[in-house]
Ligand binder design. Structure first.
Ligand SMILES: Cc1cc2nc3c(=O)[nH]c(=O)nc-3n(C[C@H](O)[C@H](O)[C@H](O)COP(=O)(O)O)c2cc1C
Length: 184
């Protein structure tokens, strides 16, 4: 099936269903900067995410300086795409106090992250996840306070391989293998 190009409204946004189906991990970006209004909308999507007891365990550090992006890319071997992104959103979280809180934290950060990726796709902006391992490097680059850690980084920018479009042939388990109705 031929991929359907995302239809954009006058303000540049697309239908939610199209944005959700067009999102993919983008790891190669053009030089084009992402406008501040677009970045702010993406961040606002994260800020609005639901969280356990509404504790909102996240702070977002936006990075657009090239040298800083290059240094941020060193936090994890799989974070190389951050170096070439137009921007990055560093998702900083409080150190969890116990295992239960850690599980909630991961769930909540996932929701905030996904909201930002779909909001970005809605604007034709690509995002790419990166985990974070080297917390000393992360703290040196981002300057977040003690008692916090860098959980993930989202690369942000316009895809250089091909524009975002609804993905028709998806590398996912089949719908009927995933969905169980009434009982497993
Ligand atoms: C929690 C999490 C961590 C990830 N870490 C990385 C990473 O460090 N580097 C990377 O290139 N991709 C990373 N990814 C991207 C996944 O590999 C990707 O989402 C998955 O292969 C599905 O592809 P898609 O997002 O294009 O649909 C991560 C994704 C998630 C959800």
């Amino acid at each position: 099936m031929v991929a359907t190009t995302v239809q954009q409204a006058q303000d540049g946004s697309v239908e939610t269903w199209d944005a959700l189906r067009a999102r993919r991990n983008v790891r190669q970006f053009t030089e084009e900067p992402v406008p501040d209004e677009a970045l702010d909308r993406i961040l606002e999507a994260g800020r609005r995410a639901p969280s356990a007891g509404n504790w909102q365990p996240w702070d977002f550090v936006v990075v657009t300086d090239r040298a800083q992006l290059v240094d941020l890319a060193k936090v994890w071997q799989g974070a190389g795409h951050v170096a070439g992104a137009a921007a990055a959103i560093a998702i900083v979280a409080p150190d969890p106090q116990d295992e239960g809180q850690s599980a909630l934290l991961q769930y909540d950060l996932g929701q905030a992250t996904y909201a930002m990726t779909v909001a970005a796709a809605d604007l034709g902006v690509g995002t790419g996840h990166a985990a974070a391992a080297d917390q000393e490097q992360a703290r040196a680059v981002l300057g977040f306070p003690a008692g916090h850690f860098l959980a993930y980084v989202l690369s942000v920018g316009y895809p250089s391989d091909k524009p975002l479009a609804v993905i028709e042939r998806l590398n996912r388990r089949p719908f009927d293998a995933v969905v169980h109705r009434g009982r497993w």
